[in-house]
Design a protein around this ligand. Structure first.
Ligand code: 5GP
Ligand code: ZN
Length: 114
């Protein structure tokens, strides 16, 4: 998707500090962090949202969680705790229509769900 910001990062057309990459996902810091550690785990395929995930693609979300857990350990927040968020659609607060998971941590996050 030529006009998708995350597709452009994956294609190397927009710079990002890559923290992890494999055939399925890529991870980099959020440009506008909402917590001291705020990373994005992004699918390499342009899937518009969780609502567009096919049944065959559901294991991809488990893989995203595995990589988020690994990054949390690398960032030193596995013990202090962290939050994984996938905003989905308009009411879910999704701004970039390309499936991604937020990894937030390194401060006590608010109790509310959103
Ligand atoms: P959403 O609200 O769709 O779940 O989250 C999109 C996130 O992408 C936002 O937190 C926003 O700061 C981040 N973002 C948007 N554009 C860029 C960019 O060009 N580079 C990086 N690293 N993050 C971005
Ligand atoms: Zn995309």
């Amino acid at each position: 998707m030529a006009d998708c910001v995350f597709c452009q990062i994956i294609a190397g057309k927009i710079p990002a500090r890559l923290l992890y990459q494999d055939d399925e996902v890529i991870a980099f810091p959020d440009i506008n962090p909402a917590a001291p550690i705020h990373l994005l785990i992004v699918t390499k395929r342009h899937i518009p949202s969780l609502a567009h995930l096919s049944e065959d693609e559901t294991p991809l979300v488990g893989h995203m969680i595995k990589i988020a857990n690994q990054l949390a350990r690398e960032e030193g927040i596995a013990d202090s705790g962290y939050r994984l968020v996938i905003n989905t659609g308009k009411d879910g607060g999704q701004v970039v229509p390309h499936l991604h998971m937020h990894l937030l941590g390194s401060r006590r996050l608010a109790d509310e769900m959103g």
